[in-house]
Write a protein that binds this ligand. Structure first.
Ligand SMILES: [Zn+2]
Length: 328
């Protein structure tokens, strides 16, 4: 079976963005060490809009130059180590303000690429892709939409065409989240196996021009979320996230998880990492051939780092760990 370990390389977008050091470079350095030790490569989805925003503000706030250098230095290290670094667009950076208290994100009406008018969508896509390729020195043809918001695909199709994108990995089968920022409905996708598509990211078409590599999803019980919260309280040393920012507030989200559970991604994030082996086993039993796992350096914990280390070391022989670039 092929397993793809993908990491969204970014800060937080809630009230506090957190620092580059704690959300990105420090936890990523830990991840790179595990990858080197266990001989696998990550696919990093780089929130390149963040770098462009830093670059736009650095003349006014020279202290930002250290962040710019640290991020670019680490991305070059990823490339040198053989990891894939691909395009991840969070377009709200176009409207973000920077001041003494840090970033103010202004997400309303600007969280998704679809929130922007057509011409602006194209400008953003071109600018982000060009800057990423300029730094990595490698063409990117693999995409993950910020917040998984790839719908409607009609808003992306001409961009995929013009900029020669081939693979998307934004869909989470059987997940639907509609909120002030999110607008995703992947309920009609029942498979985590890759499929071709053309007009609708959820609709498999044999002769489709693009390939979707869905992010593996599963149902987590309410009990799972209780454990997640309780362990975090009892053992903060093991379960506290590396990142020092806040997620976007989702009113009622926590209560729902603690009462009903939730369909969510297979992930290396925090306590989710406890289910890596079980999710893999279940999928393997169903004769699954490809599994895309998602994670975020900002959500790494000491616990999840150990779980990831164990999962990749234990399966070095029987899993083919690949990057999405290997699939082009
Ligand atoms: Zn993201």
């Amino acid at each position: 079976m092929n397993v793809f370990l993908t990491m969204d390389y970014e800060v937080f977008f809630g009230e506090k963005s957190g620092s580059v050091e704690k959300c990105m470079t420090e936890p990523t350095a830990q991840l790179l060490k595990v990858a080197n030790a266990n001989n696998f490569h990550f696919t990093f989805f780089w929130d390149i809009g963040h770098l462009l925003a830093l670059e736009a503000k650095v003349s006014e706030f020279p202290e930002l130059s250290a962040d710019i250098e640290a991020i670019i230095g680490q991305v070059k290290e990823m490339i040198a180590d053989g990891h894939a670094v691909e395009l991840h667009i969070h377009p709200h950076w176009e409207k973000a303000e920077y001041g003494k208290t840090g970033w103010q994100m202004n997400l309303d009406q600007h969280y998704k690429l679809s929130d922007f008018p057509k011409e602006e969508r194209r400008t953003i896509f071109a600018k982000y892709k060009n800057r990423l390729e300029e730094i990595t020195g490698i063409q990117t043809q693999v995409f993950r939409a910020g917040g998984w918001c790839i719908q409607s695909f009609a808003d992306f199709k001409t961009l995929f065409e013009e900029f020669d994108m081939k693979i998307d990995s934004s869909v989470m089968p059987r997940v639907k989240w509609i909120s002030q920022q999110y607008n995703i409905d992947f309920l009609s996708v029942k498979t985590s196996e890759p499929y071709s598509f053309s007009d609708d990211v959820c609709k498999s078409e044999e002769s489709g021009k693009y390939t979707e590599y869905p992010i593996a999803s599963r149902k987590y019980s309410a009990l799972f979320f209780w454990k997640l919260y309780v362990l975090g309280r009892l053992f903060p040393e093991e379960h506290k996230m590396w990142g020092d920012g806040n997620f976007i507030a989702q009113p009622g989200g926590k209560k729902e998880m603690l009462t009903k559970g939730k369909m969510h991604h297979v992930s290396t994030d925090g306590y989710f990492a406890s289910q890596l082996q079980a999710s893999f086993n279940a999928y393997n039993k169903k004769k699954g051939e490809n599994m895309v796992i998602i994670g975020h350096p900002k959500s790494l914990t000491k616990f999840s780092l150990k779980e990831l280390d164990r999962f990749t070391a234990r399966n070095e022989e029987n899993i083919r760990f690949m990057t999405l670039k290997d699939c082009l």
